[in-house]
Design a protein around this ligand. Structure first.
Ligand SMILES: C=C(O[C@@H]1C=C(C(=O)O)C=C[C@H]1O)C(=O)O
Length: 260
């Protein structure tokens, strides 16, 4: 295994990063579950119905777009691990860090191509939120949006981290990967990069984290402890969406990676 400080990330260091990102995802989803669904936040008719604007993006569109503009100004998207949901017309960073060595690990063409932001957005709004939140409206739209932003960013970062996973896997076995890349064989690439045992461990671990981080602690004997979010939701999220999307990112990255 290469030295991660000299040659950039290794499969081991990338897997460690993914483990740490699980904490962020589990915590941010537990935070979002404090609030009910608050459907108005996602409705494209909400703002026009209350008469504040003529054209009506949803509150979530507005909030995420404006947040990403701000984040772009401080250089968030110079980091290849961060992928904006609204990439058009982002402002330029207002400063450049001196040490940019960490910014050039990925193949730029492949990195730009591997993007599943639209899938993540749709999955979060249409499939995950109904499982995570109770129906209802408590009017806490600002807090709801702040939580949504953290959840969306954490999921996007984890899933697009597949680019780093793909790059380290490629560098560890360039001949095997190059053969399938030349033949544009996405099925063979998918098979090569899949480690079912690792996936099962990941799913079991996030469920455990859900159990640990979301445990309601009672002070009285005989009182049910319970969980803030059903821990199975986390293994379901990873099994149905996070891991498959990460693998899509890996395959797409590899198919667009130059071999020279
Ligand atoms: C991320 C990796 O690649 C694949 C995807 C995984 C995931 O998204 O957690 C886990 C194992 C692999 O099947 C990896 O090998 O660590």
């Amino acid at each position: 295994m290469e030295d991660s400080t000299r040659d950039g990330p290794t499969l081991m260091s990338v897997r460690d990063d993914l483990i740490r990102q699980e904490d962020t995802i589990v915590f941010s989803l537990i935070e979002r579950a404090k609030y009910p669904r608050n459907c108005n936040v996602y409705s494209t008719s909400f703002l026009s119905e209350i008469g504040d604007v003529v054209e009506s993006p949803s509150l979530i569109d507005l909030f995420v777009k404006e947040s990403e503009d701000l984040h772009a100004k401080i250089g968030m998207y110079d980091n290849q691990a961060e992928v904006p949901f609204f990439p058009h017309d982002l402002p330029k960073p207002i400063f450049t860090p001196q040490n940019q060595a960490h910014l050039s690990f990925l193949n730029p063409v492949a990195s730009a191509s591997a993007n599943v932001s639209k899938l993540i957005w749709k999955m979060y709004l249409e499939q995950l939120l109904p499982l995570l939140t109770q129906e209802g409206d408590d009017g806490n739209y600002a807090s709801t949006l702040a939580c949504d932003l953290l959840c969306l960013q954490a999921l996007s970062k984890r899933i697009h981290y597949g680019k780093f996973v793909a790059e380290v896997k490629f560098r560890a076995a360039p001949d095997d990967y190059s053969f399938h890349i030349r033949n544009k064989n996405s099925d063979a690439l998918m098979e090569l990069l899949t480690f079912e045992k690792v996936e099962n461990i990941v799913k079991a671990r996030v469920e455990n984290k859900g159990r640990l981080f979301g445990h309601n602690i009672s002070l009285h004997d005989g009182e049910e402890d319970g969980y803030k979010v059903d821990p199975c939701l986390f293994s379901h999220l990873y099994g149905e969406w996070v891991i498959p999307y990460t693998k899509l990112v890996q395959v797409d990255y590899l198919l667009h990676r130059s071999l020279t």
